[in-house]
Design a protein around this ligand. Structure first.
Ligand SMILES: Nc1ncnc2c1ncn2[C@@H]1O[C@H](COP(=O)(O)OP(=O)(O)OP(=O)(O)O)[C@@H](O)[C@H]1O
Ligand code: SF4
Ligand SMILES: [Mg+2]
Length: 361
């Protein structure tokens, strides 16, 4: 018997009737034109080619919560991040931030939105101007958005922000190269907080750091979230990292969401075969530094993705329907949403599935 209750509603991650939605992403798509030049297409008689980096995803984030996106390299996580902050415009669908749809806003109209949503990147060295002192780096958004009345107030605020991320106000005299990787990420966080945002998009903020430093930065981010009532969209290729951070997790595969669920549910009762395989690859949840074993098989070429369910060439449960028909997300009674024919048909076993080969099914 299938446990499927109903077709997924547009709010698979809603956590309660009183929750206030900060970000609402509906049917979001971003295709990149990767066609050969016009003349080549004429000679070779080929059509235009599009890479569907994000191909119709829905999720919601409520105030004060962390929604994490996970998936292997190239599945579209950073493209979602850039769509959400308005760096890319969508090919289809919508991004609504605090009630305002941002897809069609001009650069000027985006300015007040930018103050309230900021982004933290993976490589703090690349995202900090090496020729600027920390003071200038953190003061820039304060000045740009006119958040203080004079320079003294600005410097005072820079000092406070440095303290907020457990650095010293004296550090404002220094340049980025004088800091360790973890300290540089603290500076990036201070800069992101300088415009007094409500919402942070964090794209692999700890992936470039040593494991012990990663934990410190994640703890700092959790602490800041509580103190400042921040909402996070947190992106990582590592499920173990997001476990400690997330209220809800979305597992992405080739531009689509395979499964969205409350974090605890996803770890205790993963349903989608891809989620199960990703979890099987985590050596332990305490990030002791042991290497993850990647999911077997290659991620297919996103320019020419497999038919039906894009995961079918790697899935031990694939059948003819999976090869022909793309699965749509289905809502489960406990708030999870899963896009899988096998789950809908009730034929995916509970528990780990690594080691199962197609012929065993
Ligand atoms: N500007 C672009 N033009 C063409 N293709 C792009 C562009 N940006 C991203 N892509 C492609 O879109 C797909 C998704 O890329 P994206 O960077 O969003 O993935 P990701 O999940 O963030 O990967 P990673 O974990 O490596 O950061 C990839 O196949 C990538 O090559
Ligand atoms: S739809 Fe089919 S191929 Fe895709 S994950 Fe589910 S069982 Fe596997
Ligand atoms: Mg990325």
């Amino acid at each position: 018997m299938s446990e499927v209750a109903e077709k997924m509603s547009p709010d698979p991650t809603k956590i309660g009737a009183d929750a206030e939605t900060v970000l609402d992403v509906q049917g979001l798509k971003r295709y990149f034109d990767v066609s050969p030049p016009f003349l080549n297409r004429l000679i070779e008689r080929t059509d235009k080619a599009f890479l569907k980096a994000v191909d119709g995803i829905d999720f919601r984030i409520e105030r004060g919560e962390t929604f994490s996106l996970v998936g292997e390299s190239g599945c579209g996580k950073s493209t979602v991040a850039r769509l959400v902050v308005g760096l890319y415009s969508p090919t289809g669908g919508s991004v609504t931030f605090e009630g305002q749809e941002i897809g069609g806003l001009s650069r000027k109209e985006l300015v007040p939105v930018r103050r309230r949503m900021q982004m933290i990147f993976q490589d703090p060295y690349a995202s900090l101007n090496p020729r600027w002192r920390v003071e200038d780096i953190i003061a820039e958004p304060i000045r740009f958005f006119g958040l203080t009345n004079n320079n003294n107030e600005t410097l005072q605020r820079v000092g406070e922000l440095l303290q907020l991320v457990n650095l010293s106000p004296k550090d404002m005299e220094k340049y980025p190269h004088e800091f360790s990787g973890g300290q540089r990420q603290r500076i990036s966080i201070a800069r992101a907080l300088a415009s007094e945002p409500d919402f942070l998009v964090c794209d692999e903020p700890t992936s470039a750091l040593d494991v012990s430093v990663q934990a410190q930065i994640l703890n700092l981010m959790k602490d800041l979230q509580k103190r400042l009532n921040l909402t996070y969209l947190f992106i990582s290729h590592n499920l173990a990292v997001v476990y400690h951070m997330s209220d809800h997790i979305g597992v992405m595969y080739l531009g689509r969401l395979a499964e969205v669920a409350p974090a605890k549910t996803l770890f205790e009762k993963p349903r989608h075969p891809y989620t199960k395989l990703l979890l099987d690859t985590i050596p332990d949840l305490d990030m002791t530094g042991r290497e993850r074993v990647p999911v077997a098989g290659e991620v297919p070429n996103p320019i020419n993705p497999p038919s039906g369910c894009a995961f079918h060439p790697r899935c031990p449960f694939a059948n003819d329907r999976c090869k022909a028909e793309r699965p749509e997300p289905i809502k489960m009674p406990d708030g999870a949403a899963v896009a899988c024919h096998g789950v809908e048909e009730g034929r995916i076993p509970e528990g780990p599935i690594s080691g199962i080969a197609s012929q065993d099914i």
